[in-house]
Ligand binder design. Structure first.
Ligand code: GLN
Length: 544
């Protein structure tokens, strides 16, 4: 049976619990253990699929097509373990299932209540699908004391009683703030948070204390005394120079040893951290730098493009260069050509990322045109590929080329997909149907044209599998004129119907993909498209 690590957060939100969970999992994995990480989100949305990227950051899509919290991206990037639908649950999903059962009469007349029905459903989710995992880490979203998270805390309390002794462990992430005026670190918020957790019946075994300044020994001892843990279990978690140095930093502070000790494991193999040393070395000792302009819509909040940001960093690691990302609001390009040149001329490459809705689309199309005409490396992802096709169509003389996503158009170069093949058979959608969970989601194969630029980028592969999240597609009726204009369709769905990749053979590096390669990039295994794109930016940088 798997061992369980429950991770809660206290004092304030945004302490980086997801990163902490991912780092701990990576450390256990480095010792040879098989790990899996799950996220419990207490909010009432069924999944984050319909939430604004401004509020919630990016929606992370799994191979099996689940729209999940962006923390699952951290989990995958740090462990390489592919997450799936069963690794992220929200209160909304749990209530949806319970209410559906209640309506069917499955509760046989019983009163349906938070305890036991909601808590049982949470426990079931935690215990499902244990496989041969050595450790299952469960991160609870939100902060201890939130009304929404109470059923989750209660479920953990019960689970900790039901699991065998030494089969579960509680890690609590807190903040030890530095009060400048007093010149001191303060332990009181941590004490209060642990007390709050204890009042819910959960005694933490390990405290991970986020701090901006080193925690002196005396303060560590004080936290231990007041919070009922041993001093070695008070792990200082200081701000790190980069997220990729966090596993090494936590290891140096003894996190993984303390966790193993909490399970009574004394004979664990030493971790092999070589891959993390290499990642940190590549990240911290670059041999050059490039600047990439990302022309998008949600540029005000970088979490909205979390995986993209990381994948570009990985592309930099692959080439041992620092990637400076210049986030540019596409809307500013809708105000006249001169701005475009001023903004984009200093860029060594241009990327138009995924997105939804019309706002900024003309600016994105203008950015594509700039990249095409000036021979600047260009990478279009999902909506970015669609914009590249609309730009190509306009260059081919279809002046009114547009997407039906932006309203009625006489030249629908991009239109809604109403039918596509899945492993389960034909999927169909109504144009005006529900927005939640109804896109073409998850991993689909694409066939690449042999000897095309993308096939070379993928190491000569002619079949690839990548993750999708889109409702619109490039209209096959425009393929011939687009190819004549110079935009070649070098990747298609296996049935040959859905365009997956476009490229321009007469351009130094111009690739558009209908999928999201950024979701599969890892620091220790950078995605070939990002490695290739950054390499092209580097070549461009040497030209200018
Ligand atoms: N809005 C576009 C679509 O639904 C692109 C989606 C995306 O970029 N993820 O097809």
């Amino acid at each position: 049976m798997a061992r369980y690590i429950f991770i809660t957060g206290g004092v304030v939100s945004s302490l980086g619990k997801g990163l902490m969970a991912a780092s701990l999992a990576a450390l256990l994995q480095a010792r040879g253990y098989k790990v899996r990480i799950r996220k419990f989100d207490p909010y009432l949305n069924v999944d984050p699929g319909t939430m604004s990227p401004y509020q919630h950051g990016e929606v992370y899509v799994t191979d099996d097509g689940a729209e999940t919290d962006l923390d699952l991206g951290h989990y995958e990037r740090f462990t390489g373990v592919s997450a799936h639908q069963g690794d992220n649950v929200t209160s909304g999903r749990i209530y949806q299932q319970i209410i559906a059962k209640e309506r069917r009469g499955d509760y046989l007349g019983a009163t349906v209540q938070v305890v036991p029905h909601v808590t049982d459903a949470i426990k079931e989710f935690a215990l499902a699908d244990q496989g041969d995992h050595d450790f299952i880490l469960c991160e609870i979203g939100g902060t201890v004391g939130d009304i929404e998270s109470l059923p989750f805390m209660e479920a953990i309390r019960q689970l900790r009683n039901e699991l065998e002794p030494l089969q579960s462990l509680s890690v609590h992430v807190t903040l030890v703030p530095y009060i400048k005026a007093a010149g001191e670190l303060k332990t009181k918020p941590t004490q209060h948070s642990v007390r709050e957790l204890a009042s819910l019946g959960i005694k933490p075994d390990v405290l991970l204390c986020r701090a901006e300044h080193p925690i002196p020994d005396g303060e560590r001892q004080k936290i231990a005394n007041f919070c009922n843990v041993r001093k070695e279990a008070v792990i200082p978690a200081l701000d790190a120079p980069s997220i990729y140095s966090v596993p090494l930093q936590y290891h140096a502070e003894g996190l993984d040893s303390e966790v193993l000790r909490g399970f009574g494991i004394t004979d664990a193999p030493e971790p092999d951290l070589s891959r993390w040393y290499d990642v940190v070395d590549r990240h911290q000792n670059p041999e050059g730098e490039v600047t990439i302009g990302v022309v998008g819509k949600y540029v005000g909040l970088q979490d909205a493009y979390k995986s993209l940001n990381e994948a570009l960093v990985h592309g930099g690691m692959a080439n041992r260069v620092k990637v400076n990302i210049n986030w540019i609001d596409a809307e500013i390009f809708e105000q006249g050509d001169s701005d475009i040149a001023a903004q984009l001329e200093p860029m060594h490459a241009i990327l138009v990322p995924g997105g939804f809705g019309e706002r900024g689309s003309e600016g994105k199309i203008a950015a594509v045109r700039f990249a095409r005409e000036r021979n600047v490396p260009f990478f279009g992802i999902c909506l970015g590929m669609q914009m590249a096709c609309i730009e190509g169509a306009r260059a081919a003389g279809f002046d009114k080329a547009s997407s039906t996503e932006f309203g009625e158009t006489s030249e629908p170069v991009v239109g809604i997909i109403t039918e596509w093949m899945t492993q389960e058979g034909l999927q169909t959608r109504e144009a005006g149907g529900d927005l939640g969970g109804t896109m073409r989601l998850g991993a689909y194969e694409a066939k690449l044209t042999a000897n095309s630029h993308v096939s070379t980028i993928y190491g000569g592969a002619t079949t690839i599998s990548e993750r999708h999240r889109h409702r619109y597609e490039v209209n096959g009726a425009y393929m011939a004129p687009l190819e004549k204009q110079g935009l070649i369709f070098s990747g298609m769905s296996p049935d040959g119907l859905l365009p997956e990749i476009v490229e321009r053979p007469d351009h130094p590096w111009f690739v558009g993909v209908q999928f999201h390669p950024e979701l599969k990039s890892k620091p220790f295994d950078p995605h070939p498209l990002f490695a290739g794109f950054v390499r092209a930016a580097l070549e461009q940088a040497r030209l200018v």
